[in-house]
Design a protein around this ligand. Structure first.
Ligand SMILES: NC(=O)c1ccc[n+]([C@@H]2O[C@H](COP(=O)([O-])OP(=O)(O)OC[C@H]3O[C@@H](n4cnc5c(N)ncnc54)[C@H](OP(=O)(O)O)[C@@H]3O)[C@@H](O)[C@H]2O)c1
Length: 251
């Protein structure tokens, strides 16, 4: 095995898959977690053939609680130390909250929030003891403002941002950093958006590709940035949102 190992959730497609490619290219071994075993196997073979990367993969449905613990035990059993934890797995939904499906929302909260926090809890202590480590949690530009018709998704991402910023502050001078990556919709993410009006509006914009978001996230994580918002206009937007939320008291 190489000397460094990254654990990536949501590694079968999109931004998580691109993180796996970047890490392999940088000679980092991998523990990949995703929903689909056959896709994880294909990726493991491809990365081994292309980069000589050792890949352990763990297929799991992370919409259930306590599965971070299953991954942790498996990794510890194999004597693997995690140097980079990249929490990417997540999904969103669309609709008025009083009409949407609770089961799906509960699964979203488990995936986007509960398991992300649990993964962080389980792997962080050892990083602090070793005096080094990098954690990247994928939030969204949705984290910066409420999202009518996407209330639970926005709330989960606001949680991820707030949580990541808080522990990043606690970890100052430990050698461990936490980065909240806040992407706007990417070209691939666009396909997952159910609302046609939103889709139409976003199609008019030049959206980044998943690999561009992942490259930006990777460099931000290595530099130890706490909040990483991809794209100049997005950075401007989130700073304006933060300014007004701090300055204007709500009624
Ligand atoms: N792309 C965007 O436009 C965008 C914008 C803002 C924020 N984000 C955030 O960025 C992250 C990645 O987004 P993406 O668009 O790249 O995602 P994606 O292409 O939809 O991929 C999601 C990944 O999460 C995994 N996943 C989904 N449900 C899972 C479950 N129940 N258990 C285990 N793994 C599960 C998927 O694995 P399987 O398919 O194998 O189940 C897949 O690997 C998400 O947290 C998303 O909210 C994305």
């Amino acid at each position: 095995m190489n000397k460094r190992t990254a654990l990536i959730t949501g590694a079968t497609t999109g931004i998580g898959y691109q993180f796996a490619r970047i890490m392999a290219r940088n000679k980092v071994d991998l523990v990949l977690v995703g929903g689909r075993e056959e896709v994880l196997l294909e990726i493991a073979i491809m990365l081994y053939e292309r980069y000589g990367t050792y890949v352990k993969f763990i297929p799991l449905d992370l919409t259930h609680q306590n599965l971070a613990f299953v991954v942790y035990n498996d990794v510890v059993k194999d004597g693997i130390k995690i140097d980079y934890l990249i929490n990417t797995a997540g999904f969103g939904d669309y609709g008025n909250f009083h009409e949407t499906d609770w089961q799906r929302e509960k699964e979203m909260i488990n995936l986007n929030v509960v398991n992300l926090v649990h993964f962080t809890k389980l792997f962080l202590s050892a990083m602090v003891v070793r005096g080094k480590g990098r954690i990247l949690n994928v939030a969204s530009t949705a984290a910066f403002q409420p999202g009518p018709q996407s209330a639970v998704f926005h709330a989960t991402k606001a949680f991820v941002l707030s949580f990541s910023e808080s522990i990043a502050n606690e970890l100052k001078d430990t050698g461990v950093t936490v980065t909240a990556l806040c992407p706007d919709p990417s070209q691939c993410g666009l396909e997952a958006i159910a609302e046609q009006e939103v889709k139409k509006m976003l199609r008019k914009r030049k959206l980044p590709k998943d690999w561009e978001v992942a490259e930006f996230g990777f460099h931000s994580m290595i530099e130890g940035k706490t909040v990483a918002v991809e794209g100049f206009m997005n950075r401007l937007f989130v700073n304006v949102m933060r300014f007004f939320r701090n300055e204007v008291p709500s009624k």
